[in-house]
Write a protein that binds this ligand. Structure first.
Ligand SMILES: [Mn+2]
Length: 335
């Protein structure tokens, strides 16, 4: 399936020969970025030969390497380079540059300084700044006088700060998580300044019912724990649950009135999330395990012993390996 999509993308680039290419993140902020840029391309550049590719940090190097395109303007939005693939990305950028392409990279994640400096001299524009969302950076740079872009940007902010102040944001996050067809669907709507319709409403409602059941189950089984400094938290096992985990964690935290949650995403991947408005700094734990993120939302991977892997295979998704309990101990002692 992935291969097929890659071939289709390549073919589309070959046939349509876009003058502008947008490579953007697959999440709500990424969709918002592309939508604002498309408004810029349509209304300010009066150009209609453009294309959008959805990507992420892992697939970006491969996409850049395989792009057969010349003399185009290429936007990369809301994607930061993985440290281990910086060289690969740099080589691909150099190749694209020698093909007459102009690259503009806009992102709000943390970048390694050295790489940012290195790449700055090879691209036409680089805007890597701390901001609530990349949509905001794009809005400020290209479309700050456009009312619709302002609205789009607010959804980018709302999603990426995990505020979820608007019901639309929650719906977008859930839809984008469950089916990739929503990326283009929502993008096309945003470009037109449409933020809600019957199809979004109905699909969202259907998913909400399922999510409510999941949350109820979690709450029925939950135990409230306490850290040394008196912060309350709970462990949420979301292995195999295909919905935005940060959002479910937020809901559970609110209902249980805990300060934060320890979320098991996969048997070897953990995320920590604050309850809305609670100000616990969770980042040191993630950094200790080689992960990263924000103080209010961060994540990391852990190494599992062979024994834990086997037990996990036998006992299934409910099983919590001892390595995770060690993390919980650390959280108790250090938060
Ligand atoms: Mn973002």
């Amino acid at each position: 399936m992935l291969k097929l999509r890659k071939i289709i993308t390549k073919l589309a680039i070959y046939l349509r020969k876009p003058r502008i290419l947008i490579i953007t993140h697959r999440d709500t902020d990424g969709v918002a970025c592309a939508s604002i840029l498309i408004r810029y391309i349509k209304h300010k550049l009066h150009e209609d030969k453009f294309m959008t590719i959805f990507s992420g940090p892992t697939s970006l190097p491969k996409i850049l390497e395989s792009l057969k395109i010349k003399n185009a303007r290429i936007f990369i939005c809301d994607i930061s380079p993985n440290i281990s693939e910086e060289e690969k990305i740099l080589r691909a950028i150099l190749r694209l540059k020698s093909g007459g392409n102009n690259i503009e990279w806009i992102d709000h994640h943390e970048w390694r300084r050295e790489f940012k400096d290195k790449i700055s001299s090879e691209v036409s524009k680089i805007i890597v700044d701390k901001a609530p969302s990349t949509s905001r950076l794009i809005f400020q740079e290209y479309m700050h006088d456009d009312e619709v872009s302002l609205k789009i940007m607010k959804f980018g902010d709302d999603a990426d700060t995990l505020s979820d102040n608007f019901k639309e944001t929650i719906a977008y996050r859930i839809l984008l998580f469950t089916n990739s067809k929503w990326r283009k669907y929502l993008m096309n709507k945003f470009v037109q300044g449409i933020f809600w319709d019957k199809e979004i409403e109905e699909t969202f409602k259907k998913h909400l019912l399922k999510i409510d059941l999941i949350i109820q189950k979690i709450i029925d089984k939950s135990k409230i724990l306490e850290t040394k400094s008196g912060k309350k938290f709970t462990i949420i096992n979301l292995r195999g649950i295909n919905y935005p985990k940060s959002w479910i964690a937020g809901k559970v935290a609110e209902k249980l009135n805990v300060d934060f949650t320890v979320v098991i995403r996969k048997m070897n991947a953990i995320s920590l999330y604050c309850r809305k408005n609670s100000k616990v700094n969770l980042l040191p734990i993630a950094l200790h395990y080689g992960g990263g993120g924000h103080a209010f939302a961060c994540g990391f991977r852990i190494k599992l012993s062979f024994k834990s892997l086997i037990l996990s295979l036998i006992l299934g998704k409910e099983y919590i390996p001892e390595e995770i309990w060690k993390v919980v101990e650390k959280v108790k002692n250090e938060i």
